[in-house]
Design a protein around this ligand. Structure first.
Ligand code: PDD
Length: 285
């Protein structure tokens, strides 16, 4: 069955949704995006995603296509019109359509706004039960990874490198330290039970799930440290995991072929996944 999608103020069947070949998202990857998860027909961490979108737009001098209240209404309409119980909502804003020129078009160019749903089981997940395998690759992305742009070719290549190596995903490494996963934030748990994840900077995306999970870990009185770590430290850690809107908390059981901890999902990652699911269901909009 065809989905109903949203394009520039219209709800349309997916096959009728069109944008211009001059759209700067298409020509220059001049666009930003958000992915928000849906559980029980409700939005998880919507406020965080809306705030980060506003920040990404501001960093690129891009216009906000509508207000946060209007965005919430569009998300809710898409959930209702597609009868979405569990899955993801993808949102993209581009600088709009204008004749091809590296210089930004005039400020009155209308931004393009596109949203669509993806039905998907994410709360109950075979991958979360078994844990996933990652490989390490050099981080060859641009320097403003704190802006959630649609320049996803390198992360896409990274997933393909992982697949070719018989793994599920890749952790990117810069100057000897892990930055993040191709589409998620990276963590280890040391043998004294401390959760370690890289500090926020322009080198990584400021994950909305990361913020929520660190808050919950803090409230549960778990030990936290925000600092870089190496692949070697991760391979010798007690546990490793990732977080994102599409995977929540996902245990990692192998890095570059070396088993992490017991080679099975660790208790802290499992506990954080449970807490995150429980708390975010309660706070869902
Ligand atoms: N990716 N780091 C990168 C590079 C990401 O692309 C993502 C999210 C994250 C986690 O952010 P959050 O917790 O806000 O989802 C970290 C989304 C899910 C995607 O591209 O599909």
């Amino acid at each position: 069955m065809s989905r109903t999608v949203y394009v520039n103020e219209e709800y349309l069947p997916e096959e009728d949704a069109k944008i211009s070949i001059f759209d700067r998202g298409f020509l220059f990857a001049d666009g930003v995006y958000e992915v928000t998860s849906v559980l029980d027909g409700k939005l998880i961490d919507f406020d965080g995603h809306a705030k980060r979108l506003a920040r990404s737009l501001n960093e690129l001098d891009m216009q906000e296509p509508c207000t946060e209240e209007e965005l919430l209404e569009i998300h809710r309409q898409l959930i209702a019109r597609n009868d979405l119980n569990e899955g993801l909502i993808y949102l993209q804003v581009t600088r709009g359509a204008a004749d091809r020129d590296f210089v930004y078009p005039s400020a009155d160019t209308k931004p393009t706004l596109v949203l669509f749903t993806q039905a998907k089981q994410i709360a109950i997940s075979a991958a979360a039960d078994s844990g996933i395998k990652v490989i390490s690759i050099p981080d060859e992305r641009w320097g403003r990874r704190d802006i959630k742009t649609v320049q996803l070719l390198y992360p896409s290549m990274g997933k393909m490198m992982a697949k070719a190596a018989g793994a599920d995903d890749a952790w990117m490494v810069e100057d000897g330290f892990v930055t993040e996963g191709t589409s998620n934030n990276a963590y280890i748990v040391t043998h004294d039970g401390t959760i370690v994840t890289r500090h926020l900077s322009t080198e990584i995306l400021h994950g909305i799930t990361r913020a929520a999970v660190l808050n919950m870990a803090n409230e549960a009185q778990m030990k936290l440290e925000e600092r870089p770590f190496t692949i070697k430290e991760a391979q010798h850690a007690a546990e490793a995991f990732i977080t994102s809107a599409s995977s929540f908390v996902m245990p990692i059981v192998s890095i570059d072929g070396a088993a992490v901890g017991t080679g099975a999902p660790g208790p802290i990652a499992k506990r954080l996944r449970e807490i995150y699911l429980e708390e975010s269901r309660k706070a869902a909009l």
